[in-house]
Design a protein around this ligand. Sequence first.
Ligand code: GAR
Length: 201
Amino acid sequence: MRLGILGSGAGSNMAAIAEQCASGALPAVVTVVLSDVENAGILTRARDMGLSATFIQPGQYRTKLDEAAEEQFVRVLKEAEVEWVVLAGFMRLIKADFLKHFWHKVINIHPSLLPSFPGLEAWQQALDYGVKFTGCTVHIVDHGIDTGPILGQETVPVLDADTPQSLHARIQEAERRLYPAIIHALAMEDIRIQGRRSFQK
Ligand code: GAR
């Protein structure tokens, strides 16, 4: 299974996935890592792992890609013959013109138990709300914000002493388990989607 990974941040999810590909634990290959942030840790980390890593200028908007950037992301992914697009901390919305090229082949990890706390800083939202459990979710990307069919979730406790940083770190530990496990299931064609529901063999 050929993966293209998109991220804007430190790249801990990308590294967890790429390590498992390299060790053979995941029957997949990371063909390209792309970022909208020139100095993002994900690019340095990918290059250190010997992966192809490219910055693409996102254009004039703050929360989405402009048309030219979107075309360039799609072109690079197609040239690399990517089958699944893996969003790993990619902080811009993916719009219909991009999605139509990879419909139901774009997955995302979100740091909460969706549909609770979509959008930014979900760990802070969980603390502010006062929930006792939160977690992370891997889902198919559709036209909404963090709304597509859910493929897997892992719960994480919220502790009394938690700060935003400690809670996010605990969620990220769970992310590094969940994301490779779901990609493994996709590679084995073990996941079937019917409407909003997914079923794992
Ligand atoms: C992860 O915690 C991911 O869930 C979050 O960004 C972080 C990226 O970390 N994504 C979102 O908030 C998307 N809305 P990483 O760069 O170390 O993988």
